[in-house]
Ligand binder design. Structure first.
Ligand code: KG4
Ligand code: ZN
Length: 355
């Protein structure tokens, strides 16, 4: 019996070792994350979220984020290896986020990855965080076939609002971009004004469920061309709240659910209009969405409605891969490892990394 168990265990390990084993690290913002992937399969996906550190400040404090990454990166990497049942000596490559993101946060992940690659004598694979949000759809999943190229990719997060034409794994052209605030940033800043803690997106989503989205109306910006803007609606919202509060100090408390539903309707409508325009102009019917705001239930519902009307093939990520995670960095690295596209130790972190 013991022999059989021993054989199975080692057989499993040998099967894994023959394939690509990647340790991936994500530290672009306020989540310290590590994952282990065996080809497209996620063996572990661990995250240390820093929300409790930043909540008292109502937003991310970059200096505190870097310090927290520094103290958490070793335990999170160890946890990812432990949960994957992988010895670090069996790894074939180490992936990390090269950008975009906060410089101090990116530096912790890249320095850690480089040191580990030197010690283990294995390659590093620098990854663009935004590619990770899109390529998360290629993680092995029994219920889910990955999208076929080309498709329209949408990344909606706290730092980005982009619409991309995705030709291949690393051939993505930005068609539309926010000219000012990101959609997640608008959720968070408006949420802060009505007393919600950072990050407010998920709380607004919850509160909106029992609210009336038509109760209040805010301007729905629609720029000509494919770019978007969120600063106008944010300012209009802040002024609206101020005016209402001047007349009735309990306005927020008495209308919280309706305020959230109306705000959420407006913020999602702005991007939905652009997606519709772009899908029609580029004649592409595959729509793939990623990033923290792709967890939003109103956005998901409206995208499903539009898809059935427009006959789109819609790809919504599993919730665990919407907000920042290291599995999405690992899957992007897998497609680089397949083609032996490795990084150099001299590679620098790029806070404003684009396509
Ligand atoms: O992708 P992500 O984890 O980090 C960045 O790359 O920015 O996205 C975080 C953003 C935050 O702004 C957060 O409020 C928003 O995603 N978010 C949501 C929801 N869950 C997270 N926004 C709206 N509805 C949600 N359910
Ligand atoms: Zn992100």
């Amino acid at each position: 019996m013991i022999l059989i168990i021993y054989f199975c265990y080692n057989h499993n390990r040998l099967t894994l070792i023959k394939n690509n084993l990647i340790l991936a690290i994500e530290s672009s913002c306020d989540d310290t994350a590590a994952a282990v992937l065996n080809n497209r399969r996620v063996l572990s996906n661990c995250i240390h979220n820093q929300n409790t550190i930043h909540i008292p400040y109502g937003g991310i404090v970059p200096e505190l984020a870097s310090r927290a990454h520094q103290s958490k990166i070793t335990p999170i990497v160890n946890q990812a290896l432990y949960e994957a049942n992988i010895d670090k000596k069996d790894l074939n490559a180490i992936a990390y986020t090269q950008g975009p993101g906060l410089l101090g946060s990116l530096l912790i992940g890249s320095s850690f990855a480089k040191s580990m690659s030197l010690a283990l004598k294995i390659p590093i694979i620098p990854i663009n965080h935004m590619h990770g949000h899109i390529l998360a759809h290629f993680i092995e999943n029994n219920n889910y076939e990955p999208p076929k190229f080309p498709f329209i990719g949408i990344t909606v997060s706290g730092g980005h609002t982009q619409i991309l034409y995705v030709n291949d794994y690393f051939d993505m052209k930005i068609i539309g971009n926010t000219l000012d605030d990101a959609i997640g940033e608008a959720f968070d800043k408006c949420g802060k004004r009505i007393g919600l803690s950072y990050p407010a997106g998920q709380q607004i989503d919850e509160l909106a469920k029992t609210g009336d989205s038509k109760k209040f109306s805010f301007p729905i910006s629609n720029l000509s061309g494919y770019n978007l803007s969120y600063s106008g609606v944010k300012t209009a919202f802040l002024n609206f709240i101020q005016n209402k509060e001047n007349k009735s100090p309990n306005f927020i408390k008495e209308n919280l659910n309706d305020i959230c539903a109306s705000l959420q309707y407006t913020l999602t409508k702005i991007i939905l209009i652009k997606i519709e325009e772009i899908a029609s102009d580029f004649n592409v019917n595959k729509i793939v969405i990623g990033g923290g705001v792709s967890a939003n239930s109103e956005l998901r519902k409206q995208l499903k409605n539009l898809s059935s009307i427009k006959k789109w093939n819609l790809f919504l990520p599993p919730l665990e891969y919407t907000t920042d995670n290291a599995a999405m960095i690992g899957i992007a690295a897998y497609y680089k490892l397949r083609n032996k596209k490795f990084g150099e130790l001299t590679e620098i972190s790029q806070p404003r990394l684009k396509e």
